[in-house]
Design a protein around this ligand. Structure first.
Ligand SMILES: [Zn+2]
Ligand SMILES: [Zn+2]
Length: 486
């Protein structure tokens, strides 16, 4: 939330900035410095961080980041309760809405896409505005927020992910800010570029002032001096507005890792959903975002809701933003194809395609003829099928299928009498019980190669055979017209 998720110091931001001048090239998001005493304590070999100790009646309050709780729970609850007794003037309502959009976009276009991901570059006046409005969202300094967000991307869903959804939806939404963490367990990332930006440095150092002024005083003064509604400005455009912005942007950590589709990669939790996009100023296409984090877009289709993208595009048009980064259409399509292929493979794996040819027993032709006397075996293209349970259901009638028993019915099946459908070849595949000829391993291997003879890709990502339509082993290249019909 504020500069540190685990400090209990009254002025964590200021202390943190002073104790850790932004010279270091890496940081962890929840790393705070706190007092010299606590640093010394942590260095001691016997020191066990509070987060490593069990909750007890005596120590529960030590697990809580009271500063964060004040900012994300106490103030919102008090403000929203007071709002019930504070008339909402129309001008104040408009201000609250506009300021909600500005501070929300300060987070999404500024904190997130500009500073966390460097998805575009911004000129100084724009950086100052984004730092101010983003600060008004009361979600911590750019430096703290962006470092944490980079850790989230680097260690998504792991123990080092500061807001891992694996720890629960509510935890990823707010819980991670309520409870203290051991900074030694947090992932670390490079923030050299953030430290090099004077706007980021200034905002981090003076974050308490930025928070108070942009979060509460500014909206109060605008409504107060503008139309005399000082209280409404503070309560509605200040606190109620920041509560809404909080939960809207917190949804990127919770809802966007919980609700929706995974068109690009399903190995981790990020998801795409229109509802999340509506709530989060367009950050709802989170599966895309985790795959292509430095793309200034979250939504790639024109009809998808991504006002943050539209704003950045507009800022470029008026000269405030430049160097907008996008991943190539090809790279995006590759991701889509692979994920779709993976789903297809799973679907295919659930179906019965018959015993793979290379796993079937090999038999001599004479052996086949002998066995066909006791059960209904039909030989087609070197593959022996047991059709005993299918004779009654054969769409072409009992007589025709029976006429093939114990014989080589390859030509008859492939157009001699009837050029069987793709579905018929698939069905036949499920009845295979052996392969004929030679009995040598190499023969079996050759036969296995014949399945999918028209395709070079013969197995899926799980190494399961892909049997393509028209490429079944039982289908021979060109249907034999009339042969065997006589
Ligand atoms: Zn995420
Ligand atoms: Zn991100």
């Amino acid at each position: 939330m504020t500069a540190s998720a685990e400090t209990t110091s009254a002025q964590p931001v200021v202390e943190s900035a002073r104790a850790r001048p932004p010279r270091s090239s890496s940081t962890s998001p929840s790393r705070s410095v706190g007092s010299a005493a606590s640093t010394a304590k942590q260095a001691s070999p016997t020191f066990v961080h509070i987060s490593e100790q069990p909750f007890t009646l005596q120590n529960w309050y030590k697990h809580i980041s009271w500063l964060n709780v004040t900012l994300i729970i106490f103030i919102p609850v008090i403000g929203c309760t007071t709002a019930v007794f504070t008339p909402l003037q129309s001008k104040t309502a408009i201000l609250a809405f506009v300021y909600y959009a500005l501070t929300g976009l300060g987070i999404t276009a500024g904190y997130h896409r500009l500073w966390s991901h460097r998805a575009y570059s911004a000129r100084l006046p724009l950086r100052i505005l984004l730092a101010a409005f983003g600060g008004g969202a009361v979600e911590g300094s750019i430096r703290w927020w962006s470092a944490g967000h980079r850790v989230h991307h680097r260690f998504t869903d792991t123990e080092k992910d500061p807001y891992s959804v694996r720890k629960g939806l509510l935890y990823s939404h707010m819980g991670w800010m309520v409870f203290l963490h051991n900074p030694k367990k947090s992932g670390r990332v490079d923030i050299t570029d953030l430290n090099a930006d004077p706007v980021v440095r200034w905002q981090h150092k003076n974050y308490i002032l930025v928070l108070l002024f942009m979060g509460f005083i500014f909206p109060m003064v605008v409504a107060g001096l503008g139309w005399g509604d000082w209280k409404g400005g503070l309560i509605w455009a200040g606190i109620v507005r920041l509560t809404v912005v909080h939960h809207a942007t917190f949804c990127v950590n919770s809802l966007a890792h919980w609700l929706g589709d995974q068109p690009f990669d399903d190995r981790r939790s990020p998801r795409d959903h229109f509802l999340t996009a509506i709530v989060t100023f367009g950050e709802g296409y989170h599966n895309f975002h985790h795959e292509f984090p430095s793309d200034y877009r979250n939504a790639i289709r024109w009809y998808q809701y991504d006002p943050t993208k539209w704003l950045i595009w507009f800022l470029k048009k008026i000269g405030f933003a430049y160097d907008l980064k996008t991943f190539s259409h090809n790279a995006i399509q590759q991701g889509l194809v692979q994920q779709r292929q993976k789903k297809l493979d799973k679907w295919r794996a659930r179906l019965n395609w018959g015993v793979p040819l290379e796993q079937l027993p090999v038999m001599e032709f004479e052996e086949y003829q002998e066995q066909a006397k006791t059960r209904a075996l039909v030989l087609i293209a070197g593959v022996v099928h047991d059709v005993t349970n299918f004779i009654e259901q054969h769409p072409g009638g009992k007589a025709l299928i029976q006429s093939g028993i114990g014989k080589d019915a390859t030509a008859v099946f492939n157009g001699g009498v009837y050029d069987h459908s793709n579905a018929a070849h698939n069905l036949l595949g499920t009845m295979r019980v052996g392969v004929i000829r030679g009995g040598m391993e190499v023969e079996v291997w050759k036969m296995a190669q014949r399945e999918n003879k028209e395709s070079t890709i013969k197995s899926d990502s799980n190494n399961a055979n892909i049997v393509r339509a028209g490429s079944q082993a039982t289908r021979i290249q060109a249907p034999i017209q009339g042969a065997g019909a006589a």
